[in-house]
Design a protein around this ligand. Structure first.
Ligand SMILES: C[S@@+](CC[C@H](N)C(=O)[O-])C[C@H]1O[C@@H](n2cnc3c(N)ncnc32)[C@H](O)[C@@H]1O
Length: 435
């Protein structure tokens, strides 16, 4: 276990036993030494760790945790055989309480960087094991030998997995069958790589294969058999071109908690990673938008928030992906929602909704990608919108944009940390701003 270099011109500290005090933003344990903090992967708060220093491949002095002398109170037994190699769950070795603190602290640290560290944070809503409903798997196939799993951390190497404790059991149960399917579908003797997106929708599992080669007859026959034998909703295949649906036994659809909508899922489309996480985000948005008659949902995707909002308000839903927006439009028209959803295809980085367009809105929902929404935050800061519900998958860009809104006169009133990627360093949140 080796990590984080001291700068090359620093003299290495003598070997020492240190105590891990907390987890850093990437999930490594952090301990103090005479030469500053060291970051020790796979350690937990309270661990007493023997730190030795050695040059890394570039000759920099690097702390390595050769030995955990005493396990701390923050340590738990990892539940997965693949822990340590699989890049997905690097924090399985900490207790639930430590993990919840990590989620909260990561958001608090980002807010503090922008002078918003006194924002009250609700207890994190962490999705439980067995809840991840969207998996992106890597595969390698040669001469019918299939490796199917996740990438190692910071590597293209695949860790073949038989089980995955964070995933929905229905998805895990499909792994052996999908392995057999790939052996048949990519059986041309060459070294083939593929990415598989598995999504548990309301109407069954949707599988999308992304490969370098077009599907041949063998792939089509294998897909038909897989879907039939395991009751999959649909199987799609894509190279660089538009995805082709190989089998469709039912349209994969989402109702986003309404019981009244059928929004078709385009192949491999983004949805929130767990139903529990989606519900936690939606609850904050529903509270913020209570009583609103007109709402804008910016970066609306497939309508995760627009669809439930349309039960009580007219929604202007804006998004940069044509495929997602068309699916939302089609689905909303045939769903039993009380109010219309008016969709708009627009690049909100280059053309944010401006103050005049925002003026009729009683509330705005905003859920940008990891880069955040700087231009849109600036336009909102200049608007008269009374309430903004913001969802973010990146606390750093959220805090930057929150500062813009606060400078524009908004109060950051409520912040709900959300952990949909259990045991990873990936953290999400929903927040409410008012003026
Ligand atoms: C984090 S997702 C949120 C989607 C949706 N709110 C949901 O919960 O499913 C961010 C969305 O922003 C869209 N997006 C990314 N860049 C964009 C841009 N420049 N303008 C408009 N939409 C963009 C993506 O297509 C994606 O649907």
């Amino acid at each position: 276990m080796t990590h984080k270099a001291a700068p090359s011109d620093t003299i290495a500290a003598p070997d020492a036993t240190v105590t891990v005090e907390r987890l850093g933003a990437q999930g490594d344990g952090v301990a103090r030494t005479d030469t500053g903090p060291v970051f020790l992967p796979f350690t937990a708060p309270g661990d007493r760790v023997r730190v030795t220093w050695a040059p890394d491949r570039k000759g920099r002095q690097t702390a390595s945790t050769a030995h955990i002398e005493t396990a701390g109170d923050g340590r738990a037994d990892p539940v997965c055989d693949h822990y340590g190699r699989c890049g997905g769950c690097r924090l399985q070795h900490v207790t639930d309480a430590v993990y919840a603190d990590f989620v909260r602290d990561k958001i608090h640290a980002a807010l503090s960087q922008h002078g918003l560290g006194d924002t009250p944070l609700a207890p994190p809503r962490i999705s439980p094991p067995g809840s991840r409903r969207r998996l992106v798997l890597a595969a390698r196939v040669r001469n019918r030998a299939v490796q199917l799993g996740f990438h190692e951390a910071r590597s293209h190497r695949i860790v073949a997995v038989e089980a995955c404790p964070v995933a929905r059991p229905a998805l895990v149960a499909l792994l052996p069958t999908i392995r057999a399917f790939l052996a048949d579908a990519l059986d041309d003797g060459r070294d083939q790589q593929a990415t598989l997106t598995l999504t548990e929708t309301d109407t069954g599992v949707d599988l999308t294969v992304t490969a370098a080669v077009d599907p041949g007859l063998a792939a089509r026959e294998a897909a038909a058999a897989l879907a039939e034998d395991h009751d999959l909703a649909a199987i799609n295949w894509t190279t660089d071109a538009a995805p082709e649906t190989l089998v469709r036994r039912r349209a994969p659809t989402m109702d986003f908690g309404t019981g009244a909508a059928e929004i078709p899922l385009p192949p491999a489309a983004f949805i929130q990673a767990t139903a529990e996480g989606e519900a936690a985000l939606r609850a904050v948005i529903a509270d913020a938008c209570a009583g609103a008659h007109r709402v804008a949902d910016l970066f609306c995707g497939l309508g995760t928030f627009a669809v439930p909002l349309a039960r009580s308000a007219g929604v202007r839903a804006v998004e940069g992906s044509r495929a997602l927006l068309d699916a939302l439009d089609t689905g909303a028209r045939r769903s039993r929602l009380r109010h219309p959803i008016q969709t708009e295809h627009r690049d909100l980085f280059r053309r944010p909704l401006l103050a005049a367009e925002l003026a009729p809105m009683d509330a705005v929902v905003i859920d940008p990608p990891r880069a955040g929404a700087k231009a849109q935050a600036e336009a909102l800061a200049a608007s008269t919108v009374p309430v903004i519900a913001a969802v973010s998958c990146n606390p750093a860009t959220f805090a930057r944009d929150a500062r813009v809104l606060v400078n524009g006169g908004y109060r950051l009133e409520r912040l709900q940390p959300v952990g949909q990627f259990l045991w990873s360093a990936h953290v999400e949140l929903a927040a409410v701003f008012r003026r």
